[in-house]
Design a protein around this ligand. Structure first.
Ligand code: UD1
Length: 422
């Protein structure tokens, strides 16, 4: 197992290119299975979750070619012949559950393992299943597996997501575009990842009304064609580096290949800290203020503040002059980073789904443990502003979602090494 050894304290300056989005790529990969011919997906990041999903797609018989140097993925669904996604793959990554919608949508049958537990809070899939049932797909549970059957076209109907869910919206789109005569999703997710998927499916030949709104109506077509498309940049990676850019005086980061429009309310919040955020097309420059103002945030569905940036924000707020709060209204139990930040000297208290942060606390190097993807990157951010050396253990979580993290950080002046924990 690898760890990062980080010597903090030096102001960072330079340019970081933003990679393709993991969370946006996974639905496009699943959508490729719906085509009658191969799809070519560009700007796909080289991340563990992508490799895992490639393997899930290979298990069903599709041909997957990842031209890694080009960040290009070619998925040919022609020889799909096995309609199952087994537990040992699905447990590695929840998004493998997208196989349910893709397989039942195209082939009328799917057997997919329930995702099981995860490191933070309950993350149910009840809405994915209830939505498919509402559409007319037969759903049954057997020994930890979901079996979905719909040999012929189904009538469809209307299903309301409560709460709005990215994963359920994606799975219901995948299931319905070839299968449901007319299906309406109310309170659908409007996250950029969902909009990209809808636009992509329409280019493949699907009929979807209401794209970008919270009401999506799908009318099944008989066939979808494979296409070539370029994946969106990763807004969460971008937000993470923008936070890093604002965290310590003297830091100036230029982030290239961005889609600033996909940041929702985040940019406004970052400017409230006193950070300078200059946007020029697809380039964003962030200059840290001399003194960071405390700014409280509450996560919301898009375009609200993303839950995937709350841990990083709380970490930045340990360096702000005063008290602030971070409340997660999407997930109530996503604070595993708090005890680890405390080990570095931060002053944070969790009360229900809110973290109270008292700044500014100097941070001093220690050994800390990664617990999930966004928690892990927060520890890296903290280590970069901490005095002395910090070891961030179990960084395999980071490899799931941040492409070439240490290389990117080194180019802007960070001292960070990946070493074997043994
Ligand atoms: C996706 C993202 C994840 C992000 C999350 C919220 C991917 C691969 N992951 O996860 O990084 O943190 O969106 O932006 O894209 N819910 C139910 N029943 C369900 C499904 C969800 O109650 O069947 C609830 C969840 O508990 C949560 C809320 O809906 O409170 C939103 O979750 P959801 O949008 O589904 O998250 P994911 O798609 O799993």
């Amino acid at each position: 197992m690898d760890k990062f050894v980080i010597k903090g304290g030096s102001p960072l300056k330079g340019t970081i290119p933003i990679s393709g989005s993991k969370n946006a790529a996974l639905p496009l990969m699943a959508a490729s299975l719906l085509g009658s011919s191969a799809s070519t997906l560009k700007n796909i990041p080289r991340l563990k979750d992508i490799y895992t999903f490639n393997n899930v797609i290979r298990v069903v018989g599709a041909q997957v070619t990842f031209e890694e140097d080009e960040n290009t993925l070619i998925i040919d669904p022609e020889n799909v012949n096995y309609l199952e996604a087994p537990y040992d793959l699905v447990r590695k990554m929840r998004a493998s559950f997208y196989m349910l919608g893709a397989l039942v949508g195209k082939y009328g049958y799917a057997k997919v393992s329930l995702p099981g537990g995860c490191a933070w809070g309950p993350r149910p899939v009840d809405l994915h299943l209830k939505g498919m049932e509402a559409m007319g797909i037969d759903i049954s549970l057997e020994k930890g597996y979901v079996i979905a059957k719909a040999p012929d076209k189904v009538e469809g109907g209307t299903f309301r997501l409560e709460p709005s869910s990215v994963g359920a919206t994606v799975n219901l789109l995948l299931a319905s575009v070839l299968k449901a005569k007319e299906f309406t999703i109310e309170n659908a997710a409007k996250e950029p990842d969902v909009v990209q998927l809808c636009d992509h499916l329409v280019k493949m030949g699907a009929k979807i009304d209401g794209i970008g709104t919270d009401t999506l109506t799908i009318r099944a077509v008989d066939q979808l064609t494979g296409i070539e498309a370029s994946n969106d940049p990763d807004r969460i990676e971008l937000g993470t580096f923008m936070i890093l850019g604002a965290m310590a005086p003297g830091t100036e980061l230029t982030l290239t290949g961005c889609n600033p429009e996909q940041l929702g309310s985040f940019t406004k919040k970052l400017r409230e800290t006193g950070a300078v955020v200059e946007i020029d097309g697809t380039t964003i420059e962030v200059i840290a203020p001399k003194s960071l103002k405390p700014v409280s945030i509450k996560t919301q569905i898009y375009p609200g503040f993303p839950t995937d940036l709350q841990a990083q924000w709380a970490t930045m707020m340990t360096q702000a002059d005063g008290e602030s709060k971070v409340t997660d209204t999407v997930y109530f139990d996503r604070f595993s980073y708090v005890p680890e930040l405390t080990r570095l000297g931060a002053d944070l208290d969790v009360e229900k789904n809110t973290v109270h942060i008292s700044g500014k606390t100097p941070l001093t190097g220690a050994s800390v443990m990664s617990t999930d993807l966004r928690a892990s990157v927060s520890l890296v951010l903290a280590a970069l502003v901490a005095e002395n050396t910090t070891e961030v253990l179990r960084i395999y979580h980071l490899d799931r979602g941040y492409e070439s993290l240490e290389t990117k950080l080194r180019t802007v002046g960070a001292t960070i090494e990946r070493v074997d924990e043994e």
